[in-house]
Design a protein around this ligand. Structure first.
Ligand SMILES: Cc1cc2nc3c(=O)[nH]c(=O)nc-3n(C[C@H](O)[C@H](O)[C@H](O)COP(=O)(O)OP(=O)(O)OC[C@H]3O[C@@H](n4cnc5c(N)ncnc54)[C@H](O)[C@@H]3O)c2cc1C
Length: 221
């Protein structure tokens, strides 16, 4: 069921963001679509999996890259904090999640720290994107996004329980032409955006949403 991948690159972009390059013979199969997910087993012998988003996929070389946000002390956060080049890990996928190929026309992307790799995958395939992020540390996230070339039409607001700033900014950035919303990250935010966007003056023609994590729950998906 699992494939073995080798860590062939590891950069600490900031204290809480890690970029990992994974290589595997199994990655040579062309099964990836932008937005797909890859699951990994951070603890050998345990059945629990954690899900990450490949930001790109090079089937010719059998290589992909992930960007992990290491919050807290969950198994994946601990694994990403300690991982070094040369180590191996067990992975499952890629498998379908959000299919970014369906996000045609203008896109309003809404996410958080866990959505950086998805934003990078979108950045590579779509021109007309406005990004709105919520973050516990907006300055750190802005720096990480800029590192990946996401520096224009980006607003990072401080995360707040009522999400008022995030929703206000998203409403303001809604395109005049028919547009798609892609929203990932905190389950409560995905829900709030879906509900709130129904009342926007310029409402989206489609909302593609996926909860990446939820308060008090582990290994969502
Ligand atoms: C389809 C999909 C794609 C994903 N892609 C990415 C990705 O590319 N990069 C990435 O960093 N994450 C991504 N995630 C989110 C990641 O899988 C979760 O954050 C996961 O829970 C991390 O596992 P853990 O073992 O560190 O923490 P867990 O053991 O799962 O959780 C421990 C505690 O941390 C909380 N928690 C989990 N995630 C977060 C968070 N982001 N912020 C604050 N608190 C949190 C939980 O509520 C729980 O209380 C994705 C999730 C899905 C479903």
């Amino acid at each position: 069921m699992f494939d073995t991948a080798t860590v062939t690159g590891c950069d600490r972009l900031s204290p809480q963001f890690v970029r990992l390059e994974l290589s595997a013979e199994a990655f040579r199969k062309p099964a990836w679509v932008p937005g797909a997910k890859l699951q990994l087993r951070p603890r050998r012998g345990s059945l629990s999996l954690r899900t990450y988003t490949p930001m790109n996929w090079d089937a010719g070389r059998g290589v992909t890259e992930l960007i992990a946000y290491t919050h807290g002390t969950g198994p994946a956060a601990q694994w990403f904090e300690r991982v070094t080049e040369g180590q191996t890990c067990e992975v499952f996928g890629p498998r379908r999640s959000i299919d970014l190929r369906a996000a045609t026309g203008p896109v309003l992307f809404i996410g958080d720290e866990s959505s950086v790799a998805l934003a990078c995958a979108l950045h590579a395939v779509a021109d007309d994107v406005t990004y709105v992020f919520e973050a516990r540390d907006p300055t750190a996230l802005t720096g990480v996004l800029a590192h990946w070339g996401i520096a224009e039409r980006v607003m990072v607001v401080a995360k707040s329980p009522d999400r008022a700033d995030l929703l206000r900014q998203a409403r303001r950035d809604a395109a005049p032409a028919p547009y798609t919303v892609v929203v990932t990250g905190d389950a409560a935010t995905v829900h709030a955006v879906r509900r709130d966007s129904r009342g926007w003056e310029r409402s989206p023609r489609r909302v593609m949403g996926k909860a990446y994590w939820a308060e008090g729950r582990t290994g969502l998906d």
